[in-house]
Design a protein around this ligand. Structure first.
Ligand code: 1FH
Length: 229
């Protein structure tokens, strides 16, 4: 691999996570999803999992909004997803959605890592924000179209608020701005290396969530013995 130290963080992140990105796209869950073979039950579980992940991520982003290791990429108005996920969950599960969903093991592991990073290693938070937000602004748009089609959702966009970024007029330009801000975060070489490692780790945490969703929807009982809704 070419010398990495002289590279911008944004390029290094993209390069470092290329392999794990392919791995994520090739999980059974996503392969079925991409073929339009996603069931409503799977999609609902996926949204619920994302809700726990984004609540944790956004709580930690708030905590670190004035911290120079994170502040340049703090874009709550444009990016925050928890409120849109709440809307989607209410659409799919109804008004009692909070009682209907649960945080499964792999999701909890991801949530725990986010809180650990936000509280104890805030310089790594950018890696998690990068993985989720730039991902949602990229492949997320493809997933939206598939979900809409295979789940026969209304064209009004109900149930798909998560995939919409009404505060971003030009996704391409916003991604460029985001990359420029990441590149402006001051850091030494050791920290940069830790951020790259954390980005890979965040992809792996996502993969574990997908694999768990796959298991949960294969008709197996959940860990507590209840049938999974
Ligand atoms: Fe992605 N992604 N991604 N992606 N993705 C792209 C860029 C990023 C898919 C397609 C694309 C995930 C999943 C999927 C990132 C994170 C994550 C781009 C744009 C495309 C086309 C490349 C470009 O601009 O050159 C498809 C399709 C996916 C599902 C099958 C998951 C794993 C995200 C992490 C959690 C990130 C950070 C980028 C930005 C790269 C950059 O630096 O520019 C996906 C897989 C979603 C499995 C759900 C399940």
């Amino acid at each position: 691999m070419a010398e990495r130290m002289s590279q911008d963080l944004s390029e290094a992140l993209k390069e470092t996570t290329k392999e794990v990105h392919e791995q994520a796209e090739n999980t059974q869950f996503m392969k079925s999803f991409q073929k339009g073979k996603v069931s409503l039950r799977e999609f609902k579980l996926y949204l619920a999992s994302l809700y726990y992940v984004y609540s944790a991520l956004e709580e930690e982003c708030e905590r670190n909004k004035d911290n120079p290791v994170y502040a340049p990429v703090y874009f709550p108005t444009e990016l925050n997803r928890s409120a849109s996920l709440e809307k989607d969950l209410e659409y799919f599960y109804g008004p009692t959605w909070r009682r209907e969903i649960q945080c499964h093991k792999a999701t909890q592991k991801y949530v725990d890592r986010l809180h650990h990073v936000g509280q104890d290693e805030p310089e790594l938070l950018v890696a998690h924000a990068y993985t989720r937000y730039l991902g949602d602004l990229s492949g997320g748009q493809i997933l939206k179209a598939i979900a809409q089609k295979s789940l026969h959702l209304p064209t009004t966009g109900e149930g798909l608020a998560f995939f919409n970024f009404p505060e971003i007029t030009n996704i391409h330009k916003f991604k460029q701005l985001y990359r420029a801000r990441m590149n402006a975060i001051p850091m030494d070489a050791v920290t940069e290396k830790r951020i790259l490692e954390e980005a890979k780790r965040s992809f792996l945490l996502n993969i574990e969530v997908f694999e768990e969703l796959q298991r949960l929807t294969q008709g197996q009982p959940s860990a507590n013995g209840n049938a999974v809704q």
